[in-house]
Design a protein around this ligand. Structure first.
Ligand SMILES: [Zn+2]
Length: 86
């Protein structure tokens, strides 16, 4: 089983204001950390359920949000704004 996760920052738990979602917002770093933690939970759940591959797309803005150094290393991360239809 292959899993593709498209993660946006809006909808992450406790991400509720523009200061979270804007790269210049005062709470943006907190939102990035929370987003990374939630995506890690989804990755863990996917592998626990038998996934062989997990690909994660950072889908907010141009995709600079997830913290690569903190993301579950078993997943492949797609980030950046050059992908079609980002
Ligand atoms: Zn977004």
């Amino acid at each position: 089983m292959k899993i593709y996760i498209s993660a946006d920052i809006e909808g992450i738990g406790c991400v509720v204001r523009g200061e979270h979602a804007s790269t210049s917002g005062r709470d943006y770093d907190t939102a990035r950390r929370l987003m990374t933690q939630e995506v890690n939970a989804a990755i863990r759940g996917a592998f626990d359920a038998g996934a062989r591959e997990v690909t994660v797309c950072d889908a907010h803005n141009t995709g600079p949000n997830l913290l690569p150094e903190s993301l579950d290393k078993r997943a492949v991360l797609v980030m950046g704004g050059s992908r079609r239809g980002y």
